[in-house]
Design a protein. Sequence first.
Length: 367
Amino acid sequence: MNEYGHFGAEDFVWNEAFRRWVLVPTQEDHVFWESWQSENPHKAAVIAQARELVQAIGPRLEHLPESEKNRSIGEIMEHFDDRALSEVSSHTPLLRSFWFRAACLLLLLAGFATLFTRYNMRKQTGFEQLLAAGEMLKEVSNDAQKTIRITLQDGSSVTLDPGSRLSYPEHFTGSKRLVQLSGGAFFDIVKEPGRPFYVYAGKVVTKVLGTSFHVRSFNNEKEVSVSVKTGRVAVFTRENDLSDDMDEISEQSGVVIEPNQQLIVAQKTTRITKTLVPNPEIVAAPEKVPSFNFEDSPVSEILKTLHTAYGIEIIFDENIMKNCPVTATLTDLSLYEKLDLICNAVGASYEVIDGRIIVDGKGCQAR
């Protein structure tokens, strides 16, 4: 927990764990950072300053090239001179400082606007580059009341929802496969190592190698969503640096989601929420689907069985749950119905946080 002891505000601003706590915190993030602050009270002003900066920047600068990030944050920090900071009384919380809020607002409106204007003038998205290069594209619009199926040149298939439109090359060339979606569609992508597949949909770009997933991005809706049926995908916002060297972008540069997980991105703010799909499905191969008939089985084993069947991470205290036997037949129940029944049987509860299921309970002996 002492790894952040030498951090200044600039270091916290670009630290992935710190940014997640400020922008899209999980329960574990809250526990960690509250504990760290209590153990490092001398860092209170630095933490407050870094939080203000992250909130002002939002997610938009997170994936800019390192040189752009360093330059932009350097420009910001130049404004936080010793004289100005000394004007903030030690008895006045930094978050309430008029100077600090004014500085953040000024920088957000002026400095960042200049940075993005300069940056975007020399950057285009991959799909816009495709159009500029005169690539021969096909466009299919679904004006019917039911889905239609499109087979792409590489063998991948797209099930296009009503009211949706897909643009794609007749032949995929080069080291990447690019399509653009307006509306909703289910993609079943053929795996081609070394040639990733990209779906551009509004402010969201989804990168895959070979998997099946659904994207929903209608212009009149407030959110874009991506959900995975099989495999895994990496999701980026259009503010990410996706135009150059796209093949070199790692999954860690985006938000990775796996089977039964979905990502929801707000159209206006690009705020990202990672959660589970409304109706999780069994993802285990038919021959590996476990039995859901339990007789005096420890809750810990039942939860592990659910993880195997649905591919969803379930977090619980095994030392507590292994002493809680349950007899139940869960075969015809949905995942959430299964969890409701099991948790009610042992006086526990659960919640979905960051695409995972957290089970909390004191155990059978405490009932």
